[in-house]
Ligand binder design. Sequence first.
Ligand code: SF4
Ligand code: SF4
Length: 221
Amino acid sequence: MDKLNNKIRGIIGNCSEAIWSVADIAYSDYKEVYTKAIVIAQSYNCFIINEAYDEEQYHQIMSVAKITINEKISRLSRLFSQYRIKNYIPAVTQSDESELVAPFSLKYAAVQAGLGWIGKNDVLVTKEFGPRVRLAAILLDYPLACGSPIGKSLCGPCRACVAACPWGLITGVNWELTTKRAELLDYQMCNKKRSEYVKHKSRKHTCGYCLLACPWGLNKR
Ligand code: SF4
Ligand code: SF4
């Protein structure tokens, strides 16, 4: 077990670039086959704020994080297969276009693993990197020790994301485990505005004003 844990740590890397933990996924649709999920939050490794936005730089940061985390997840999958541990990499994309829900919610798994909480703008916020992370997970049927779920927001009185959304879509409600997404923001309209933004501004990435406004993690610069 220790040997395996060390190998997992070796693949994921040190905590200045990524944080990770394990979630019990007894709540998920995959519970008949898999019991745990390793969830990784890979830092964008460079900070960008609304006032200094640069499309090419943002694209570069996002691309590097995506490639890096995908490589880590693939390496973990190969490692577990070597140990004959059943594993599965869940899809990141949404399977339900009307409700905008992915088959396995990385955000919810990250909360269950204790990596962070859901911010007022409905994104995962970590103490270490704020919302400037890319998430990925691998499901396992193996008894790894789990992290402690986070059940309450640490946003406090901050309203930076509420003020940053040009369309006023964020309600300002502080998240708790029972909070529904629709209580936090108008997610259908957010999805529409993000798509329009990419099209009309010829950008590779959606607006993300609310994400870039978040103060968490900026002190790590
Ligand atoms: S992603 Fe854009 S449209 Fe959606 S809540 Fe954030 S700022 Fe508003
Ligand atoms: S900007 Fe403020 S309110 Fe919004 S997610 Fe970050 S800490 Fe929470």
